[in-house]
Design a protein around this ligand. Sequence first.
Ligand code: SAM
Ligand code: SF4
Length: 495
Amino acid sequence: MATRMLPVFDARPATIAARPQVSDELAEFTTDEVALPSFHVWTLGCQMNHSDSEEMAGALLAAGCAQTPSLESAELIVINSCAIREAAEQKVIGRMGHLARLRAANPALRVVLTGCSVRSDNTHVLHKRYPQVDLFLRPDEEPELTARLGLAGATSVGRMAAPAAQRNSAISAWLPIIYGCDKTCTYCIVPFSRGPERSRPFDEVINEARSLAAAGYREVTLLGQNVNSYGHDLPVEDRFGHIRRARDMGRNIDLDGRPDIAELLGAIDSLRTADVAPAISRVRFVTSHPWDLSDRLIGAMAESSSVCEHLHLPVQSGNDAVLRRMGRQYTIDAYLGLVEKLRAAVPGISLTTDVIVGFCGETDSQFENTLALLREVRFETVFAAAFSVRPGTPAARLDDDVPRAEKKRRLQALLGIQEGIGREINDAWVGRTTEVLVDQVRPPSSHDGGGPRVAGRNRNNKLVHFDGSPELLGRLVDVRIERAGPYALVGSVAR
Ligand code: SAM
Ligand code: SF4
């Protein structure tokens, strides 16, 4: 087979439906004449991106390409970008010089940019912003990657038909259940980059969960920008006739008779081993917008023994006027009502959240409301960020009037308060025994005697370090907690 460079494609993303045709002048480069490049996928951003990257790596491996551990050793670089804040986009823009040097050293190098930085509304700026990129793919076009590159073995276009994902862990797996976002958050780029919500068919998700169990996965995380909204776009079916629910936040839509995430959790929990233990020991789901956190879902969390006692429930602000400007469509009272229901139904549940500080028009006292909320709810962890204007979003038309230095001050103040809360919550673990799913081998630390160390998370999603050998990887181990810091616990195997 002749060795050829991969074709350089036009940068304009194609429409979703049309499978791109390779033009006449590129025809000689197609399929079997293209040398299979070694590839590296560089992933930024959220779990959804990491899961998408596993699918793209799976497709490239199925096409016969080899994976390399670094950008520098690859002939094909796939960058899966994040656009949630300006800083995330700058990380990739800042690498253009390095990519230019790699290309000078290897003219056959090809670079693909995908993820949330590629949208249909910004195609005109992509070439200028990312001069070293040959091919731009929107997130919904990622299943076309191998076909667009003209690689042999490329499978049919369409996410559902994609080859098996190349999962990075043999212990915990992402399981995407819904793509896109229909919500109305005025600050957020995601609905523009990922399009409307599309749920995967119920049986397809359950079959994949069954395969993951058979492959020995101990933990599965159902994934989507809004997993709680799963199923609203799927057809009504008799077998889901018992599902009756109404939304009391956000847009009112007909949900009766369609599958929902509660039904999915129940069905995954009912996959059992011969000795009737859950076939997947731990089930998680992320992320949950408060809109569709229904009583059915809270009930499923309480009743399904495999569903972990943790929920990430982004609140974004502690002030109703700010929430209204953010388009979140709930009040703090409604949010606190959900927290109360969750704590009553799932004793010991840990709650984590996202907060944006310095959103347009946020006053000092509105920010203080957010601090008061953190003190009241006592989240285990808060992922906080300063508001970053995203061009094209509704909030880009508001006045970004909180100065950068003030945003920074608010962020530091919030993190300081949260660190104290996190430490107090973690201190309460000392002396208790907790079940840890070991998924990391840590470098020995002289501070802890220099022996082999491992780490993993308990069901509440707390990171726990303890002395143990690498054979414990993938095992559920009872650990007695001896020390606590603001972000992690340290213990030893319980005897
Ligand atoms: N779907 C989830 C939800 O309901 O909130 C969140 C997903 S979003 C990818 C992750 C987080 O990024 C958000 O919860 C928000 O706190 C943060 N975020 C989104 N847009 C932002 C912006 N323009 N500036 C700062 N943070 C932002
Ligand atoms: Fe962004 Fe809001 Fe959708 Fe979350 S729910 S992805 S914050 S628009």
